[in-house]
Design a protein around this ligand. Structure first.
Ligand SMILES: Cc1cc2nc3c(=O)[nH]c(=O)nc-3n(C[C@H](O)[C@H](O)[C@H](O)COP(=O)(O)OP(=O)(O)OC[C@H]3O[C@@H](n4cnc5c(N)ncnc54)[C@H](O)[C@@H]3O)c2cc1C
Length: 398
């Protein structure tokens, strides 16, 4: 049986998984636009929140870390917790990794995946080609999962040129120069978008909601020394979630979903504080009640912390409100597959080796976070996920 394994996605998780599958001698076809989430859906000039130790794509053999890329490209070596990674360097690293370990990647979209009788999967590509695969790995990351809360919906839906957009719709924030901008959210994406837009000449207000107060992490030299080190800082909880995600999927569903949202939740990077304070105004509110458009300008009605209501208007509102896994939004999965998948709050339930309830269908990256924990939302999750997924798939379908 020479049918390939199909890997859908060419971000950090798809590339790392494909490299591990190839190293096991499996025929693999990999689809997607390499590093597109980082190149086109994050702001130019962004700096990574993760440290160099937590920003390598896991590879089946040595020589492919971020530091190895810096050496090969002749750029400054990024290794200590105080070295901050520009997004442009990280994109170039991902493309270098792809050219070395995943050559032959196909820059096409998978438009449908269905079960193939008697076995395997039937795939259609937007090039018009159809083929069958012995197994499928879904590594589509952030694509299609941008979350816009209903109270921020206004006009014809989020659009960069409309009154309200999602943060993932922007790359060049200089479009807001000279404008009044509201950024809703309190996570790193919200705070960094606000700073970059302000530095580009916008007048910016961050609106944080509920418990999401604006705050910044401690710099590396102020991290508590007596707690174990993890890619996200020193804490027992972070250490356990980073290095032992295996038992995570056996926790009660409510606790799993809670941890995915709360651990490593909204907090700005330590190095952003100085650029933020004094540059960006902040409104901490209980809730946004709704959004309306008056004279082409969006206005938020908010419930203040003291229980009153207030209107905040601007030329544009950016919702930095994150991403939510929802299988219904993965429209390339055929109806037969979607109904066969066991789902928990919109996310696939995964077993050992990242396999779903449909044998041969695997998920990694963000869609795996509700089974394997918050580490799956970050690049360093490839270290745990990729070798395990490849081992399981090779044993079951090799
Ligand atoms: C603003 C922001 C900042 C972040 N900063 C950090 C950070 O500092 N450190 C960190 O570890 N994480 C960070 N993250 C999280 C990070 O984005 C994810 O960890 C990572 O990108 C997930 O990689 P992935 O491979 O799962 O998906 P993605 O990088 O989203 O890649 C998805 C891939 O799927 C492909 N694809 C989608 N649909 C199809 C289809 N139908 N057919 C073919 N291909 C398809 C795309 O072309 C793309 O190649 C950040 C996220 C955001 C939004």
């Amino acid at each position: 049986m020479n049918r390939p394994v199909a890997v859908i996605g060419a971000g950090p998780f798809g590339l790392s998984t494909a490299a591990h599958l190839r190293a096991r001698g499996l025929p693999v076809r990999v689809f997607g636009d390499p590093m597109v989430s980082w190149r086109a859906h994050m702001p130019a000039g962004m700096l990574l929140k993760s440290t160099p130790a937590a920003s390598s794509l896991d590879a089946p053999r040595p020589g492919h870390t971020l530091a190895d890329y810096c050496d090969a490209a002749g750029v400054r070596r990024l290794v200590t917790d105080e070295d901050i990674i520009p997004v442009e360097t990280f994109v170039a690293y991902g493309e270098w990794f792809q050219q070395r370990l995943v050559p032959g990647l196909e820059r096409v979209r998978v438009v449908s995946v269905d079960r193939h009788r008697p076995g395997g999967f039937a795939l259609k590509l937007d090039s018009g080609e159809s083929f069958t695969a012995r197994a499928v790995v879904v590594a589509t990351g952030l694509s299609g999962l941008a979350h816009l809360p209903p109270e921020l919906a206004a006009g014809d839906g989020p659009a960069p040129g409309g009154p309200v957009s999602h943060s993932g719709q922007h790359h060049d924030l200089s479009r807001f120069a000279g404008q009044e901008l509201i950024v809703v959210g309190a996570g790193q994406s919200a705070l960094e978008t606000a700073v970059l837009a302000a530095e580009a000449g916008a007048r910016v207000r961050v609106v944080s909601r509920g418990r999401g107060r604006v705050g910044f992490g401690a710099p590396p030299w102020e991290q508590p020394r007596l707690r174990p080190e993890s890619p996200f800082g020193r804490a027992w909880s972070l250490w356990a979630l980073s290095y032992y995600p295996h038992p995570y999927r056996r926790l009660p569903a409510q606790l799993r979903h809670h941890l995915v949202r709360r651990v490593l939740g909204p907090l700005g990077a330590w190095w952003l504080r100085d650029r933020f304070e004094g540059t960006v105004r902040v409104s901490e509110v209980r809730r946004v009640l709704g959004t309306d458009i008056a004279d082409g300008r969006p206005a938020l009605t908010v419930l203040t912390r003291t229980g009153g209501t207030e209107r905040l208007d601007a030329d544009h509102v950016v919702a930095a409100t994150g991403y939510r896994v929802d299988l219904a939004a993965m429209d390339f999965l055929g109806p037969g597959l979607r109904t066969a998948l066991v789902v928990s709050r919109g996310a696939p339930r995964l077993g050992a080796g990242y396999v779903s309830s449909v044998p041969g269908l695997y998920f990694t990256g963000l869609p795996a976070a509700s089974s394997y924990g918050p580490v799956m939302r970050f690049v360093c999750g490839t270290e745990f996920a990729s070798p395990r997924l490849a081992r399981h798939l090779a044993a079951a379908h090799g």
